[in-house]
Design a protein around this ligand. Structure first.
Ligand code: NAD
Length: 438
């Protein structure tokens, strides 16, 4: 058992803190957001993440997990302090590290004895070492500290399972003492024979960026194939199935559609391009992946215009706002661009998302109409656009849709349905990469 402090209670900090408590550690989660900590203390979970509430409640009741805004005692009592604050993107693709360094300075002042400070936020290569310099300059003279880089790979929507049963754990640690403590932190995963990869600080940080860039490139690759399939009359879903059976390629991340979003892939790819360019290298593969992805919401609008005509004064129903199912996160969600373009074109926009509408209301403040369910959104619509493949949109009642809609266009941005099925229901249907033989 170790005494752990987690700085930041967002998607990563809260899930990591709760799961580490579940591993048997004593965990204190710290946030500067007073409302968030007050909510957590009342037993309310400020984000939508399946299964998280149960883990939090169980470990609070077991007295292994607590929440505070008071960083000083939390750091003083800790053997391991994780930094899991946000690293948002800047306009130029660079990374805003102000939260990370503010946290590092706060931690430094309160260190006592020996502490391992773990950089878990995704930050450009070199950040962990820089945190080490900042802490060395600002810590009390008699305090000792080692820095570790331990990037996080959990996915929103399945974060608890991902943290508890990861494919691998990456630990950049450069002293034996730090390695021993990190082994203790991840001991339950050791017992499950999870591969733990020990590296330098820089390699650990780079593994995170390289992994996300690879995934982004794989998605953009299949989306480029989808575009070519449309031009040549092939079906990208069949192409992906055939490709995916090749053991060197694999089936995952070969799903064509409106592209990736979220708080990680777009930002991390942009950041890696940015740091490479700062050093005079254009990173052509990931730059192209980024560019292909950026164009995809525009392609959805083109499909809509091809099937619906001019969008001015048309009513468009959007099913799904979150960047993917099972999360309320809207960061870089393709729906944001789609809504923006529709409103710019003069369309009336009705939206429905099972969990992300509150965040949309607060964060986007766009003049859209919020519906009670998919059919309420479709009521009076000229076209329905399925943007996020929530389960409840996978089995829509097309008779009911037809009965309430004004038009009969259905744009499926996630290739959820087969064209024959929806066309058979009397709709004008379009999706991504399912060209028709000519
Ligand atoms: N969200 C994901 O799926 C995911 C996955 C892997 C890695 N990451 C990375 O993890 C990091 C955190 O991401 P997130 O999505 O959890 O962010 P988030 O924005 O959801 O949460 C960050 C939290 O940190 C708090 N915070 C900021 N400064 C603080 C300080 N000085 N002291 C205490 N709390 C502070 C904020 O109030 C907020 O609650 C980022 O670097 C991100 O790239 C995210």
């Amino acid at each position: 058992m170790a005494n752990i402090t987690m700085i930041g209670t967002g998607y990563v900090g809260l899930v990591s803190g709760a799961c580490l408590a579940d591993f048997g550690h004593d965990v204190t989660c710290v946030d500067i957001d007073k409302n968030r900590i007050a909510a957590l203390r009342r037993g309310e979970i400020p984000i939508y993440e399946p299964g998280l509430k149960d883990v939090v409640v169980k470990n609070v009741e077991g007295e292994r997990l607590q929440f505070t805004t008071d960083l000083a005692p939390a750091v003083r009592g800790a053997e391991v302090v994780f930094i899991a604050v946000g690293t948002p993107p800047q306009e130029d693709g660079g990374t805003d590290l102000s939260f990370v360094f503010a946290a590092a300075r706060d931690i430094a002042k309160h260190l006592e004895g020996y502490t391992v400070v773990v950089q878990k936020s995704t930050a450009p290569v070199g950040t962990a070492r820089e945190i080490g310099h900042v802490i060395a300059a600002e810590k009390p003279k008699n305090a000792e500290c080692d820095i570790v880089a331990n990037p996080e790979f959990l996915r929103e929507g399945s974060a608890v399972g991902d943290f508890m049963r990861p494919d691998r754990v990456i630990v950049g640690a450069e002293t034996e003492r730090a390695r021993q403590l990190m082994k203790q932190v991840y001991r339950p995963l050791y017992l499950l024979e999870t591969p733990i990869v020990w590296t330098s600080l820089e390699s650990a940080e780079m593994i995170k960026y390289a992994s996300n860039s690879y995934l982004a490139a794989k998605i953009s690759f299949i989306n480029e194939m989808a575009h070519i399939c449309e031009l040549l009359g092939a079906n990208v879903d069949d192409v992906a199935s055939g490709m995916g059976l090749d053991g060197r390629i694999g089936k995952k991340f070969l799903h064509a559609g409106i592209g990736y979003g979220g708080s990680c892939l777009p930002k991390d790819v942009a950041s890696l391009i940015h740091v490479a360019r700062e050093r005079g290298y254009d990173a052509p593969v990931i730059s192209a992946a980024h560019a292909v992805n950026r164009d995809l919401p525009g392609r959805a609008i083109e499909k809509l215009m091809r099937t619906t005509g001019e969008l001015n004064a048309k009513t468009i129903a959007l099913l799904g706002l979150a960047f993917k199912p099972n999360t309320d996160d809207l960061r870089e969600a393709p729906a944001l661009r789609v809504v923006h373009e529709l409103l710019k074109a003069g369309a009336r926009v009705k939206v429905f998302d099972p969990v992300a509408m509150d965040n949309f209301r607060k964060q986007v403040k766009a003049p859209v109409e919020y519906a009670k369910n998919a059919y309420d959104a479709a009521n009076g619509a000229d076209a329905v656009v399925l943007v996020t493949e929530w389960n409840e949109f996978r089995e829509l009642d097309f008779d009911r849709l037809k009965a309430v809609m004004r038009g009969k266009v259905f744009i499926d941005c996630r290739n959820v349905y087969s064209p024959a099925r929806v066309e058979g229901e009397g709709f004008v249907y379009d999706s991504f990469g399912r060209g028709k033989p000519r």
